[in-house]
Write a protein that binds this ligand. Structure first.
Ligand SMILES: [Zn+2]
Ligand SMILES: [Zn+2]
Length: 532
């Protein structure tokens, strides 16, 4: 409320009440961008408005949620790195309830995709999906329901990625690394930490190209776009050479020069020389149609016709669809891949023993930037015009690069994007990869193999919840997944109280918890003293 008795100049120096509430919320680790849901309790018939932390969707978490997610990731990373027993288990047949949950989840997934295609905000759906994933996990199912979302195209053998020339061991049915026994009988189980980078695009100093005119922005853009595929290849090759089901926990982070690079914790160990060989031999070929010829640009763009697709505005010729373009590529014996991506010369390979200070150091390294976006080194240097110009040039290089088969940019090269729809414009693709905050890399920031700790982040979150509830003296009751029906509320819904009110409520709740935990701790230490 504005106090008119205070002069305006003085009023303006006072912090805004809402900002203060946000600061307080941050200090208590409370989500500052909660998403409101309507929750119907099917047992009582009562409807409530419930806040779900934004951090349930990892990519766009607020600072407190990002921090909590980072702690969960650290726990997850620590748990799998030096495991000495197999984490896998055989799944049971799904029951009726589990099937129903999965069907519901599939439905939400379809809605998410529809929203994505229409360029609509899908935050509410994303959170609903994440919540459902947790329910699915709680209902006793493993893994992620969506997996790969589209059927894979069967390609001719000629187009398969050539297998690199690497030694190949017989596969052992284990996810555990070798152990080494010292002369004194102690058994060591070493693991690894590696860092992989992309090649040089030109000399840089302090993250800025010395000569922007010769710096290969196009290659930098394409490498970033296809970096996640390169990582997949690396893991395939790693497993083939190692001869066991190698497990990893990896994070993709920005380098100063704004190229993505990879930190990876690996369970088990390989000889250094072999690893170097794998890094050098790993590459990924992008078998996409050529983009050498610009057919449409500026105001001269393909026209959409319902039921037909995109046409050449001059001739009325229907442009080849994505599948037709790929068929042409397959039929062309002289075709070259659009792009080939491989790693750079710079890498770092470390052996790590469980429980050593080095293990802790690398763990911190792995999760260091998880609370930041890929463009963050840029934010740290916003006063640096040279770096901003460098980033702008990279974003410009990404502008007309196709980021995926569904990218609107394919129209520029005379091809209808996969799932073409009206209103697509080259240079206006909404794909994450083109955005300044992503700099070409639209993949996941954290990559965890399936048998790392055999737990999803949701399960690690559940572990923590169970631990806190037990400490508070309330054993965690397994919840009936069908008790509640959740519905996302649109932003600005009249039933949702103002943000400040919601934040203050959550802070108050957090304070009560903290006070309780502190009392508990005091009681425990008092008992300890009595016993002594
Ligand atoms: Zn949040
Ligand atoms: Zn795109």
């Amino acid at each position: 409320m504005t106090d008119r008795s205070v002069p305006r100049a003085v009023r303006l120096t006072r912090p805004l009440a809402r900002e203060v509430v946000k600061e307080v919320a941050k200090r208590y680790g409370v989500c500052i961008r909660p998403v409101a849901f309507q929750r119907l309790d099917t047992r009582t018939g009562r409807t409530e408005i419930v806040d779900v932390p934004c951090g349930a969707t990892l990519e766009s978490a607020c600072p407190p949620c990002a921090k909590r997610n980072r702690q969960l990731r650290m726990a997850q990373c620590r748990e799998g790195w030096h495991l000495d027993h197999e984490p896998a288990s055989t799944p049971n047949e799904p029951n009726e309830e589990q099937r129903r949950l999965v069907e519901f989840r599939a439905d939400v997934h379809a809605q998410q995709e529809a929203a994505g295609r229409a360029g609509q905000d899908s935050t509410g759906l994303d959170i609903l999906a994440e919540g459902l994933d947790e329910e699915i996990t709680k209902a006793g199912m493993r893994g992620h329901v969506t997996g790969r979302t589209t059927g894979r195209r069967v390609r001719s053998t000629r187009r398969r990625q050539d297998a690199p020339d690497l030694p190949k061991r017989k596969m052992a049915a284990t996810t555990l690394g070798r152990t080494f026994t010292a002369p004194d009988g102690r058994v060591y189980r070493p693991s690894m930490f590696i860092t992989l980078t992309l090649p040089s695009y030109g000399k840089v100093r302090d993250g800025v190209p010395l000569d922007p005119d010769t710096y290969d922005y196009r290659r930098a853009a394409r490498d970033a776009l296809h970096f996640s595929k390169l990582i997949d290849r690396f893991v395939q090759n790693l497993r083939r050479v190692a001869g066991y089901d190698v497990q990893y926990f990896a994070t993709v982070e920005p380098q100063q020069r704004l190229a993505p690079h990879l930190h990876m914790a690996i369970r088990g160990t390989l000889p250094r020389a072999e690893l170097k060989q794998i890094i050098a031999a790993t590459y990924h070929q992008v078998w996409w149609p050529p983009t050498d010829t610009i057919r449409f640009e500026g105001v001269h763009l393909p026209l959409w016709q319902d039921g037909v697709g995109y046409l050449d505005p001059d001739t009325g010729e229907v442009l080849p669809t994505w599948d037709q373009a790929l068929d042409q590529l397959d039929a062309d014996d002289d075709a070259q891949p659009l792009h080939v991506v491989g790693f750079g010369e710079q890498h770092n390979i470390q052996s790590v023993l469980a429980g050593t200070p080095a293990a802790g150091k690398w763990l911190g390294y792995l999760t260091k930037y998880l609370t930041k976006s890929l463009a963050d080194p840029l934010d740290a240097a916003t006063d640096d015009q040279a770096r901003r110009d460098h980033a702008a040039r990279l974003v410009e290089a990404l502008r007309f690069e196709p980021c995926s088969p569904t990218c609107a940019n394919w129209l520029r090269y005379g091809i209808q994007p996969k799932n073409a729809k009206p209103g697509m414009q080259p240079g206006r693709c909404r794909g994450k990869a083109h955005k300044p905050g992503h700099l070409g890399y639209a993949g996941r920031r954290v990559l965890v193999s399936r048998k790392w700790s055999n737990k999803t982040l949701a399960e690690h979150r559940q572990d923590r919840r169970t631990w806190v509830l037990e400490a508070l003296g309330h054993p965690d009751q397994p919840t009936d997944p069908h008790r509640y029906i959740w519905k996302p509320l649109p932003a600005g819904d009249a039933n949702v109280p103002p943000l400040a009110v919601r934040l203050l409520r959550t802070v108050a709740e957090r304070q009560r918890w903290r006070a309780h935990m502190n009392r508990l701790e005091q009681d425990l230490s008092a008992i300890g003293e009595e016993a002594a």
